[in-house]
Design a binder for this molecule. Structure first.
Ligand code: ADP
Ligand code: MG
Length: 493
């Protein structure tokens, strides 16, 4: 029987009040309807926010280390449930099972790290200019926070937003992605089984333009943390500005890998293939531009085309598969629009370029890993995020031109350089406009204890993950205590 994916409000799994459920379709075989997500409207969002609001007083006064212990227990449950969660993830989202397990482990690491932050919610004591006065700062929670998350890391992203939000003493309404309602449910269930009390964590399934928008607009929601498309992120940021609410956004990327003439070309090719075709290119840190010195360009392209030929698209549950499908028809159509735009702009297609249909693949949303050469920085395909297994190669002369091309996009999430020249490494670190940098390693990947996020139009607000994750989910109280009550120092202002 097809599954029903429900909302979780005030400790109960319940249906939304909308009448238009969302089909959850397996992208590796679109004939399979896994189930339906309930359709939520403003009234459902209101019920979830009211529950979170009601639970706030008691959760914020639960000692932070106790909150941290509950969050840590959720991290352990994710590891215990890795096989179950990963299988659902592969069926709903399409990524191969190894990638899905990697995502669950990464999510668990993040939760574990952030649980530890519960013992480090430190303020500062600061000397007062008045005598007999003690001054200090105190981190306090915001209240109800809204989390809006995408389909591409449907386990890890909600987990790394929920964990710091709860550790800091906020209560949460999560609006998960339309395409991955089952994974959203499993994430919330793990936190609940770990001991998160009723009302503290609520889940809304449903559409962005109805349920998501209602969450942003709700007057009792103090802040929104969003990961998703640039267009929606900037829209939510504008709404936050109008409503006076802080908004944190993690948006698109157009991440370059720079390969200099003295770099290890074979390693650079392996990193590029991993970054461009891994997770079907559906990650904000995917490598989408290879900026290659003309002296090694042909060697690089020939080897990369060979690598692309080794990719095995297919159902991610099959152990022989090395690349899954696009997540849904909309995403697939968008990738294929770009596959038409590229040749129209004059690129040369050296690998792929179309749909993959051999055998069973015709029932899924599969694209051949694609490599384009002859790409100019002014082309749309060199500037816009494609979010598919598509790589543009741009030929340059030396590091200066490489950096100029690399920075000539509106995004600034992550980047990588391959060179053995230490001077060029530091020139790159100094001049590249990305929030994360990799020297002689792929653009993808990040560790739980380090900040994650981008510069320019990619990121708004404090960095996620690592010790900076708590910045967004707390605000400061500044306390002055005149401990003799005598106004001895007077206050000059
Ligand atoms: P994509 O188009 O790749 O799915 P989106 O940015 O549209 O990326 O979606 C990311 C998340 O934002 C999803 O949970 C989606 O439901 C939500 N969302 C989409 N539109 C809105 C909106 N207008 N207001 C609030 N949330 C939205
Ligand atoms: Mg969208």
């Amino acid at each position: 029987m097809a599954e029903q994916f429900l909302n979780f409000i005030d400790g109960e799994w319940i249906a939304g009040s909308g009448s238009n459920p969302i089909a959850d379709i397996n992208p590796a075989d679109t004939r399979e309807v896994i189930g339906h997500a309930t359709d939520s409207l403003e009234a459902d969002v209101d019920a979830a926010v009211q529950a979170a609001h009601g639970a706030f007083a008691s959760w914020r006064s639960t000692p932070a280390p106790v909150r941290g212990q509950i969050v840590a227990a959720a991290g352990r449950l994710f590891l215990e449930r890795v096989d179950q969660i990963a299988e659902v993830l592969t069926r709903e989202e399409g990524k191969i099972l190894a990638e899905a397990k990697g995502e669950v482990r990464k999510g668990s690491n993040l939760v574990e790290f952030l649980a530890g932050e519960s013992r480090r919610l430190n303020g500062e004591t600061i000397p007062s200019e008045m005598s007999k006065t003690f001054a200090y700062t105190l981190r306090v929670p915001l209240g109800v926070v809204g989390l809006i998350t995408p389909w591409n890391f449907p386990m890890a992203i909600p987990a790394w937003k929920i964990a710091p939000a709860l550790v800091c003493g906020n209560t949460v309404v999560l609006k998960g992605a339309e395409q991955t309602p089952w994974v959203s449910q499993l994430v919330v269930q793990a936190f609940v089984d770990a001991g998160v009390p009723k009302g503290v964590l609520n889940l809304i399934q449903g559409r962005g333009e109805t349920a998501g928008a209602a969450l942003v607009e709700h007057p009792l929601v103090e802040a929104i943390s969003f990961t998703g498309s640039t267009e929606i992120g900037h829209h939510i940021y504008a709404r936050g500005a109008a409503l006076g609410k802080p908004v944190q956004c993690e948006l698109g990327g157009k991440n370059p890998i720079i390969v200099l003439a003295d770099g290890d070309v074979d390693m650079a090719v392996a990193a590029t293939a991993k970054g461009a075709f891994g997770s079907t290119g559906q990650r904000c840190t995917a490598t989408s531009r290879a900026i290659v010195d003309a002296r090694v360009h042909d060697q690089f392209v020939d080897a990369l085309v060979r690598e692309a030929g080794l990719v095995v698209p297919g159902n991610g549950l099959n152990p022989a598969t090395t690349m899954g499908p696009s997540v849904d028809q909309d995403q697939f159509d968008k990738v294929h629009e770009y596959l038409a735009i590229g040749p129209g702009e004059g690129v040369e297609t050296r690998a792929g370029g179309g749909r993959a249909t051999q055998g069973d693949l015709e029932f899924g949303l599969f694209t051949q890993p694609t490599v384009w050469t002859g790409v100019d920085r002014s082309m749309r395909i060199a500037r816009e995020e494609i979010f598919g297994p598509v790589l543009s190669v741009l030929s340059v002369d030396g590091i200066e031109e490489a950096l100029s091309v690399a920075n000539d996009v509106e995004y600034g999430l992550t980047s990588s350089i391959y060179t053995r020249d230490v001077n060029k490494v530091f020139e790159y670190i100094d001049h590249i406009e990305t929030g994360m940098l990799h020297v002689n390693s792929p653009t993808i990947g990040g560790e739980a204890q380090l900040p994650f996020g981008g510069m320019k139009r990619t990121g708004v607000g404090p960095r996620e993950q690592g010790p900076t994750a708590i910045e967004f989910f707390t605000e400061w109280k500044t306390v002055y205590i005149d401990y003799t009550g005598s106004m001895r120092g007077g206050n000059l202002y």
